[in-house]
Ligand binder design. Sequence first.
Ligand code: MTE
Ligand code: LUZ
Ligand code: MOS
Length: 732
Amino acid sequence: MKRNPESVLNVLGKTQYLDDLPENAGMLHAAVVLSPSAHGRFSGLDTAAALAMDSSVRVVVAADIPGQNELGTAVFDEPLLAAGEWHYHGQVLALVLASSRSLARKAAARVAVQGAEQLPAVTDPREAAARGNIILSPRTQRSGDVDTAFLACDVVVSGRVESGGQEHVYLETQGAIAWPDDSGGVRLLSGTQSPSGVQKIVARVLGLPMNLVEVETRRLGGAFGGKEDQATGWAALAALGAVVSGRPVKINLNRRDDMVATGKRHPYSSDFRIGLKKDGTILAFEADFYQNSGAATDLSPAIIPRTLFHAAGAYHIPNVRVTGTMCRTNLIPFTAFRGFGGPQGFFVIESAIDAAARALGIEPADIQRRNLLSDGDEFHYGMVAEDPRAKETMERCLAKADWNKLRADIRDFNAAHAGLKRGAAATPVCFGISFTKIMMNQGGALVHIYNDGSVGVSTGAVEMGQGVGRKIALVVADALGIPDSKVKIETTRTVTVANTMPTAASTGTDINAMAAKIACDQLRARLDALAKDRPGLDFVQLVALAHEQRVDLSAHAFYATPGLHYDLATEKGKPFHYHVYGCAVVTATLDVLRGTYQFDDAFIVHDIAHSIDPVIDRGQVEGAFAQGLGWAALEELAFGADGRLLANTLSTYKLPDAHFMPRMDVEFLERPNPGTVANSKAVGEPPLMYGIAGYFAVLDALKAVHPDKPAFYDLPMTPEKALRFLSEEDSP
Ligand code: MTE
Ligand code: LUZ
Ligand code: MOS
């Protein structure tokens, strides 16, 4: 099998990230002064001690901003540099420039906050909502007649569900380099998923037109949503520093600053009510999601609808009413993270099914299987399920795990062992593909065929380890009929392809490879017209002839995902181009004395449709599952009651590693997905939700110890929580 050249470079340690690039003479390094608590006022900054350290030291504050001191995508409610008041722990108060990185950091540590006054901090989303501290308006999606349907149910179960946040822990921390240029503008290298987003905000902050701000992104050492919007501030700070100093400025956060000062997955607190018939058919479902949005809007208004769209999981429920409220708290503004609110929605419906199974005295899997989506079912947001693959993937996955035998083996094992208990759970997934904001589903490409027959491709896609460059190269090679070794994927720049959207929502390949294919189809048509009179010419000869005959060997193309529409007033429409399905079964063994556990096996059947590069796609499924399992079971984003982040280093924030992960058996369901590039399906985010099965596998083992104790739905399932359940009278 051919290898992805990018992965080969990664393995050899040869890929250049921002901090690997040679530094320019005269370059200044930047460090930041962060707010010391969750909420406070200040009168100013004492910079004397910092300035006294070295003549190169310079402190940049809000008043130095020539344009607008605002960050945001839809709502601009976050200052780049706090002035007068801070709203969360880790908010940037000042930028410190110096001739070396260590000097900049030392100088930043000597900047003192003057006239600080602590203000009350709210960290709990329900408390924020009760005080009316919400962002925009709550959104409600509904179908059928929930109130009437509940009256017809044999059982109705309600409960509360908590899910924690999650730190991205991309290997490459946030960073940017800015060069002032002779146009009066700036050129930037930014570690962002959204070069055009950075361009727009930098232009606003500097008070420049967008054409004077050029942004380039070569690649990211991981992003996972953490650089969709939250890379922008760091780039804007570097640009501001460059303009103020007239020198190139580089910023690259250390891990601790990155963990404290950048947004993460939103914690949610939710209430549910589910109603079923005796046989396990779900008739009605209701949920209230309190999203802990943090101190600014960021991407929360796009994340809330994704939670609501996925509130019914992979099931058809005829009567649904779900509401999402964005609660403004004094925590870091939470942001995009692989799954984008979807996982939080999934965990609630799966918790509701678990609770309902107990009330009905049946297994959760029996409810799951009975209610999976069928062809023609209407989602609660009005879209009709076409070729849904929920039943197929779940049945194949259960067969793969030998489910009935597995359940029997676990029963036998648990009957024979007092100190160890095993558990298993399945989680079916259905994830909608397209940005929830329709406008964002667009992209462009620029393809050059050089006159020696080699090809350069530019798109808006950002390579972050997910292999989008490789997939685009394979699509281009196929469209032009040349080997992929002839295709180079160019660095992503706002001057080659403009007005691009972030590489996100798992649509990087869907949108950008499609745009590149359209450009290639145009080029191919020009070459084919020439070839008609000259049969037998190979690609290189044809290209040389085209050049000779003054035929344009470059093409720009644009792609906008077709068929999307949505009515915000009725909350109905077709927000997604299609859905991705799949199912995971996870098994666990619990140590009853200690509350510790290990995951044994994971069986996954994933709806890949057609895989453009099977090695990359397998890596995406396994990696997303690992990240989901980490969120569900291990990673505890602990904040103190005062709103300070406690898990602010990699020694206090635990990550999945090879020992934590179970054996993984991943199988693809291959059936073409018409209407997409190469009949493929997006793969980046959907498999993250397989990790939820890990939570319920441990819960299943816990229930084997205390069958009569009510379960708890409070993710992550840390050993501490497991131990509390095992040892206390009441559940935690
Ligand atoms: N894989 C790697 N290795 N690194 C990443 O940062 N980000 C994920 C996913 N897979 C990510 C990744 C997220 S959040 C998304 S939305 C998609 O990749 C984005 O890329 P795509 O749209 O090209 O799949
Ligand atoms: N980003 C975004 C996303 O802006 N809109 C989305 O719908 C989305 N979905 C998943 C991940 N990122
Ligand atoms: Mo992914 S959360 O869309 O960057």
